[in-house]
Design a protein around this ligand. Structure first.
Ligand SMILES: Nc1ccn([C@@H]2O[C@H](COP(=O)(O)OP(=O)(O)OP(=O)(O)O)[C@@H](O)[C@H]2O)c(=O)n1
Ligand SMILES: C[C@](O)(CO)[C@H](O)COP(=O)(O)O
Length: 229
């Protein structure tokens, strides 16, 4: 096993959850007795290498102060931005890359991530000295179109990109800063690294690491949370 350095952890949690169509942002919906955010933090905190947590929240988030997490000295709250990438960059700007040469980014909306998958990602990346992401190969036939099919997309080598995503802190900060400054559409950390021409390892994880996005995802996340290890 490769020696694992202390890793800074960024949790983007400043979204409004439009697609969920709920009465509050999805990270604060109840899931198995806790909020989604608390469930996600509970998973992350089971990984010893994950040290300081940088939690990007909406500047007017009224929910977080009521959670026990608000008193956790390992959690540093910061203001998120207009898009997920802005929230992540705001967090990266607060991380000392000397102290934390590696940073792991994980969506607050992915509470069922397996601790073993996080450990696998960390081991794979640190061992190979390259950043990477948890992902799963596409299993269905993929179509491109809107109301009718334009064509079938070759699914060979096609992956679902998940989080966590783990990268050298300084590299990710520079890549994300420059990509956003040039108006590049960035939906995950890997796309900034790809834009910068830097390698991204694909580490196969489990498909139960779903992102709670639409209403029906909550019950599925609850099932996975109760049945995954
Ligand atoms: N400006 C934003 C937008 C999103 N996120 C976070 O990024 C993660 C993944 O984003 P997504 O699933 O798109 O969440 P929302 O943006 O809240 O969802 P929607 O697009 O339906 O509004 C979530 O944990 C969300 O809180 C963030 O930190 N800052
Ligand atoms: C980062 C991510 O979860 C990887 O799949 C995804 O890109 C987030 O996308 P969203 O539209 O912000 O939910």
């Amino acid at each position: 096993m490769t020696a694992i350095p202390a890793i800074a952890t960024v949790i983007p949690a400043a979204g409004v959850g439009k697609r969920m169509q709920a009465d509050k942002p999805k990270q604060y919906l109840q899931l198995c007795g806790l909020t989604v955010l608390e469930q996600t933090l509970h998973r992350l905190k089971q990984v010893p290498a994950l040290q300081q947590f940088y939690l990007a929240l909406s500047p007017d988030d009224p929910y977080f102060p009521a959670l026990p997490l608000a008193n956790d000295p390992k959690i540093q709250r910061l203001n998120g931005g207009a898009e997920r990438a802005n929230s992540v960059l705001n967090a990266l700007l607060q991380i000392d890359a000397q102290q934390y040469p590696w940073v792991l980014v994980h969506d607050a909306a992915r509470p069922a991530v397996r601790v073993s998958d996080i450990e696998l990602l960390i081991q794979s990346c640190i061992q190979q000295g390259q950043g990477g992401i948890l992902a799963t190969p596409v299993r269905d036939t993929m179509k491109r179109g809107s109301d009718t099919v334009q064509h079938t997309v070759d699914r060979a080598g096609l992956w679902h990109a998940y989080t966590p995503q783990l990268f050298p802190t300084a590299q990710l900060k520079d890549a994300l800063q420059q990509a956003l400054a040039q108006g590049v559409a960035i939906t995950d950390e890997a796309s900034a690294m790809e834009w910068a021409g830097l390698p991204v390892l694909l580490v196969q994880g489990h498909a139960d690491n779903i992102k709670i996005t639409q209403a029906e995802d909550l019950a599925l996340a609850a099932f996975y949370l109760e049945h995954s290890v």
